[in-house]
Design a protein around this ligand. Structure first.
Ligand code: ZN
Ligand code: ZN
Length: 223
């Protein structure tokens, strides 16, 4: 599975950075986008400069309804309408109806299979409901998070029910890394790639120098 960072606040010229997160996933079965950043024009420009063909993408997964993850969606829908869009069931009715105008909306509640190798954890969390992706590889599963608002410990615990974790990548926003216990939740994961809203990336780097990988817009990770 190829994971490519389409939208992130990290700087890596010539790509355009901005607050938000989006990445592109590709394997033999599927080409999909996970989250859409905030600004659709920036997203489309990065997709274009990375030579990704929008009309070959057939699925979009939105982790949660924050503007920095859903903002670029309408630009994608205007370009190409034959997507299946996976959204948390807890989205407001107004937002759901708006997206449904473009059909093929799948409202996600519990864990489910999206393609041969990609699962959603289902929506987790109390205040801000969010779904993460689980990507199956020969080495174990990869967790892909948007902001990780439900808490990394909860996401990791739920994900482990579907098999051992090989890597975790995405925004680790609501993880207070000052607390040792929270760092400990990452302890046995072989590859850790904090992106987007993760605070204290330096602590992760210091604590897990072998597992840590840098995340920047335009970077590709092959699993
Ligand atoms: Zn968020
Ligand atoms: Zn975010």
């Amino acid at each position: 599975m190829l994971i490519k960072i389409l939208y992130d606040n990290s700087i890596n010229k010539p790509y355009i950075s901005g607050w938000g997160f989006s990445c592109y996933l590709e394997d033999e079965d599927v080409k999909m986008i996970f989250d859409t950043g905030w600004n659709g024009e920036i997203l489309l420009s990065n997709i274009d400069s990375m030579n990704i063909k929008l009309d070959e993408i057939n699925k979009i997964v939105i982790s949660h309804s924050h503007w920095d993850h859903i903002g670029g969606l309408n630009h994608l829908l205007e370009k190409h309408r034959d997507f299946d869009i996976y959204i948390p069931q807890s989205f407001s009715e107004n937002l759901k109806n708006e997206i449904k105008r473009y059909k093929n909306v799948i409202e996600v509640n519990s864990p489910q299979k999206i393609t041969k190798n990609v699962w959603t954890t289902g929506q987790l969390g109390e205040k801000i409901k969010e779904q993460s992706l689980l990507i199956k590889t020969q080495k174990g599963n990869i967790i892909l998070t948007g902001c990780a608002h439900p808490g990394l410990d909860k996401i990791i615990k739920e994900s482990e029910k579907l098999g051992p974790i090989y890597a975790i990548i995405g925004g680790f926003h609501d993880m207070n890394l000052e607390k040792l216990n929270n760092l400990e939740t990452l302890r046995n994961i072989p590859i850790i790639i904090p992106c987007h809203c993760t605070k204290n990336i330096d602590s992760i780097k210091r604590e897990f120098p072998i597992a840590y990988r840098e995340c920047k817009i335009g970077f590709e990770f092959n699993f």
